[in-house]
Design a protein around this ligand. Structure first.
Ligand code: PAF
Length: 283
C-alpha cells in the first residue's frame, strides 16, 4: 500500500490505474480506524481493482472546537491496518492541501439536513459535503463506501451526488457492532471504562424496542426507548426519532412508511454517540 499526501500525486497514480482500465473504490474516513471501517475497505477491495482510503480529520464538519481537538488521530496504526486488509492507497493530506483557501460553498439538502444531526450540529453536513465533494473530485472513484451508522450522512451524500451530477455509485454498508452490541465508532475509544460499559445500553434498548414494536404503536415504542434511555445514569439524550428512511422526516404511526428507522443521539459522559435501527415489524 502506498501512502500519498497530495492531490496531484494521488491523481497521477490514479490516472495510470484508469488508463489500465482498473476500477476504483473509495472509502473516506477520518482515521482512528476500527472493524467498521475495515468492513467498508474489505467490500471495496472485493468489488474494485484499486481501493483508496482517505484519512483526514475534516475541520469544517466540527461545530465544536474541543471535539475537533480531541478527535483520535492514529495515522501509523491506521496505515498498518489498511495494509493488512488490501487497500491500495492511503490518502492522508494536511488541512492546507484540502483547503488551500477557505471553502465558502453553502450546500442545502433540505429537508434531509434540517433534522436530527443537522438540527443538533449546525453546519456539520455542510462541512461533510465540502470535504466529500473535494475528495470525490480528487479520487473520481467508480464506487464510494459509507457506513449506515451515519444514516443521515449516507442519505445526504446520495443527495449531494444527485445534485452535483457526480458519476459514481454510493454503496451503503451495514453497521458493524462490538460483541456486546455497541455500534463501532472511532469515538468509542474516548469512552472511560465505566462509560464504555454504560454505552452498551444504547444498542440493547434499541434491540429490545424491535420486539416491543411488534405489539405496540409507534408512539408507544418511541416512549419506550425515550424512557429507558432517560433511566440510564450518565446518559444525556439529544434525540430519538422514528423517521422515514428516505425522507428522514418523523412519522407518526407505523402505517406512515414502510421504511422506518429509529435514530438516536446522546451524550455518554462527554462523548456523543449515535446509533440507529430499522423497524421491520408493524401492527
Ligand atoms: O463519516 C466520516 O468519517 C466523515 O464524516 C467523512 C465521510 C469521512 C467526511 O469527513
Amino acid at each position: 500500500m502506498k501512502v500519498v499526501s497530495t492531490i496531484s500525486e494521488l491523481r497521477d497514480e490514479l490516472d495510470v490505474c484508469r488508463a489500465l482500465g482498473k476500477s476504483i473504490g473509495f472509502v473516506p474516513t477520518m482515521g482512528a480506524l476500527h472493524r467498521g471501517h475495515v468492513s467498508l475497505v474489505e467490500r471495496s477491495v472485493a468489488e474494485n481493482d484499486i481501493t483508496v482510503v482517505s484519512i483526514f480529520v475534516n475541520p469544517t464538519q466540527f461545530n465544536d472546537k474541543n471535539d475537533l481537538k480531541n478527535y483520535p488521530r492514529t495515522l501509523e496504526a491506521d496505515c498498518a491496518l489498511l495494509e493488512g486488509v488490501g487497500a491500495t492507497y492511503a490518502f492522508a493530506p494536511e488541512v492546507s492541501e484540502m483547503y488551500p483557501e477557505p471553502d465558502t460553498r453553502v450546500f442545502s439538502f433540505s429537508p434531509l439536513d434540517t433534522v436530527m444531526e443537522g438540527a443538533c450540529r449546525p453546519g456539520h453536513f455542510n462541512g461533510v459535503a465540502q470535504i466529500v465533494s473535494k475528495l470525490f473530485y480528487a479520487v473520481e472513484p467508480h464506487k464510494a463506501y459509507f457506513g449506515e451508522k451515519d444514516f443521515q450522512q449516507l442519505a445526504i451524500i446520495r443527495k449531494m451526488v444527485r445534485q452535483l451530477n457526480l458519476n459514481l455509485e454510493i454503496v451503503g454498508c451495514p453497521i458493524v457492532r462490538e460483541d456486546d452490541g455497541l455500534a463501532m465508532s472511532s469515538r468509542n475509544m474516548l469512552l472511560t471504562a465505566e462509560e464504555r460499559v454504560r454505552a452498551v445500553n444504547i444498542s440493547r434498548i434499541l434491540k429490545e424496542s424491535l420486539e416491543y414494536a411488534k405489539e405496540h404503536t409507534l408512539q408507544e415504542t418511541k416512549k419506550f426507548v425515550e424512557e429507558q434511555i432517560a433511566a440510564i445514569d450518565g446518559f444525556v439524550p439529544e434525540y430519538f426519532q422514528i423517521v422515514d428512511g428516505n425522507t428522514l422526516q418523523q412519522i407518526e404511526s407505523w402505517e406512515d412508511s414502510d421504511y422506518r428507522v429509529g435514530c438516536i443521539a446522546l451524550f455518554c459522559g462527554k462523548i456523543r454517540l449515535i446509533d440507529n435501527i430499522t423497524y421491520v415489524a408493524s401492527l
